[in-house]
Design a protein around this ligand. Structure first.
Ligand SMILES: O=c1ccn([C@H]2C[C@H](O)[C@@H](COP(=O)(O)OP(=O)(O)OP(=O)(O)O)O2)c(=O)[nH]1
Ligand SMILES: [Mg+2]
Length: 154
């Protein structure tokens, strides 16, 4: 896998740096700098203790961790969060407890999200009267079928 050097500054010197758990992992785990208890449906912005300087042409995307999502319902409100190359503040994560009943307890230093660094392009938007036709056309939002239904009856 290719890699890119990213300068990093610790806002909180006592928490671990973002790290990849396994070779070839796409996401580097981020930790919370504070203890937090989220009631069902509650959200909270937590710090990760790090600020980074991504090179121009890259962006960071803050994704949830699947294990926490499946086990306790922890997600991120604005998933994936976007870290712009020009951003120099602390990376923060807007966590949300999606469990319908139980609170989620997190302790300072827990890995709560993962940062994926990707190359990105800016679009040069060119206005035109008509867009070239395609097979999909304007079909979307389930136009190809296979979507679930509401309710408990089959
Ligand atoms: O999960 C996130 C999302 C964003 N940011 C930081 C980095 C990003 O570069 C900046 C702005 O994010 P975004 O553009 O998503 O937020 P906005 O509401 O549009 O704010 P702004 O008006 O500052 O762009 O906030 C985070 O630390 N964590
Ligand atoms: Mg913005």
């Amino acid at each position: 896998m290719s890699s890119v050097q990213v300068l990093l500054s610790r806002v909180d010197p006592d928490v671990p740096l973002p790290s990849y758990a396994r070779p070839d992992d796409a996401g580097a785990d981020l930790v919370t700098t504070r203890d937090v208890v989220l009631a069902s449906g509650e959200r909270a912005v937590v710090g990760t203790g790090v600020a980074i300087a991504l090179p121009s042409g890259y962006a960071g995307f803050v994704h949830p961790r699947s294990g926490l999502a499946a086990r306790v319902g922890l997600s991120i409100v604005n998933t994936p969060g976007t870290i712009d190359a020009g951003y120099r503040g602390e990376i923060k994560v807007c966590l949300v407890n999606l469990d319908p009943a139980e609170p989620v307890r997190l302790t300072r230093g827990d890995r709560i999200a993962q940062l994926i660094v990707q190359r990105v392009s800016r679009a040069e938007f060119v206005e035109t009267g008509e867009l070239e036709p395609t097979e999909r056309g304007a079909g979307g939002y389930g136009s190809t079928g296979g979507h679930a239904t509401l309710g408990t009856e089959n």
